[in-house]
Design a protein around this ligand. Structure first.
Ligand code: CAA
Length: 257
């Protein structure tokens, strides 16, 4: 791995992926995203991993797709390279992914963070879709995910002007889960990850799948999907353990089975 660093057990059951192209503010070139895809596929299969954290560095989560790599390409080059298809793996990952964002999360960087399941932001975080300023538009989900996350009016403003959204405003508009001082954003993310990692990974996976389904279907279908996943948890040892522990007034020990 040249552009990312993967730590499988940052803490028990918690994996960390660090984007590592600091000089380019973690601009997301094709290879970096292929490395992310491969890492996520491997972590999803690793039963010692229950939660995945993705982060950049203090200055930048990621300042977008690599403009230098794209600048001279034709439409057909872009079509054939189809580099954003590697991003689909982020969406397909079954385990929860938390983005820990400090500094710039722009263009593809903002889209990457939004493709994760939750975002913890440092007070220094700046979100935005500034593609319009370089004569193009978001291409990895920005027009869809930002609009779903913060609503049409603000999303339209950001996408049509390229303005940035401060961490405080990102919290106000519901783009991020929490904003904390810059020394705290990894700690806060780790705390959230630890809380989830103690729970039944089977239930967590089924819950994530059901929440995501709400973006893709109408209410009737979504409710039916949720109910089936709810019933399915009753096939797990974790559900038996969880309910038994509640009755016995002790902490449950979830095995992921
Ligand atoms: N692609 C390639 N290189 C980038 C980059 C990007 N997206 N963002 C920053 N860099 C590089 C700069 O070229 C610079 O490299 P050199 O030192 O070799 O010149 C280095 O990172 C540091 O950047 P700056 O000197 O510009 O740093 P700054 O602090 O003055 O500005 C910034 C920071 C405001 C984030 C500015 O770098 C910037 O505007 N970056 C581009 C943001 C952008 O437009 N992102 C969208 C990209 S398109 C996209 O993402 C499409 C999509 O939907 C997937």
């Amino acid at each position: 791995m040249e552009f990312i660093k993967v730590t499988e057990q940052k803490e028990p059951f918690i994996a960390l992926i660090e984007l590592n192209r600091p000089k380019e503010l973690n601009a997301l070139n094709k290879q970096l995203m292929e490395e992310v895809r491969d890492a996520l596929q491997a972590l999803d299969k690793n039963d010692q991993v229950r939660v995945i954290i993705i982060t950049g560095n203090e200055q930048a989560f990621a300042a977008g797709a690599d403009i230098k790599q794209m600048a001279d390409k034709s439409a057909i080059d872009m079509l054939l390279i189809d580099q954003f298809s590697t991003w689909d793996q982020i969406r397909r990952t079954k385990k929860p992914i938390i983005a820990a964002v400090s500094g710039f999360a722009l263009g593809g960087g903002c889209e990457f963070a939004m493709t994760c399941d939750m975002i913890i932001a440092s007070e220094t975080a700046k979100f935005g879709q500034p593609e319009i300023k370089i004569g193009t538009i978001p291409g990895a989900g920005g027009t869809q995910r930002l609009t779903r996350a913060i609503g049409k009016a603000k999303s339209m403003e950001l996408i049509l002007t390229g303005r940035f959204l401060s961490a405080e405003d990102a919290l106000y508009y519901g783009l991020v889960n929490k904003v904390v001082p810059k020394e705290m954003y990894m700690l806060e993310t780790m705390q959230l990850a630890k809380e989830i990692a103690q729970l039944s990974p089977v239930a967590v996976q089924l819950a994530k799948e059901a929440v995501n389904r709400s973006f893709e279907t109408h209410l009737d279908e979504g409710l039916a999907f949720e109910r089936k996943n709810f019933y399915l948890t009753f096939a797990s040892e974790d559900q038996k353990e969880g309910m038994k522990a509640f009755v016995e007034k002790r902490k449950a020990d979830f095995k992921g089975k």
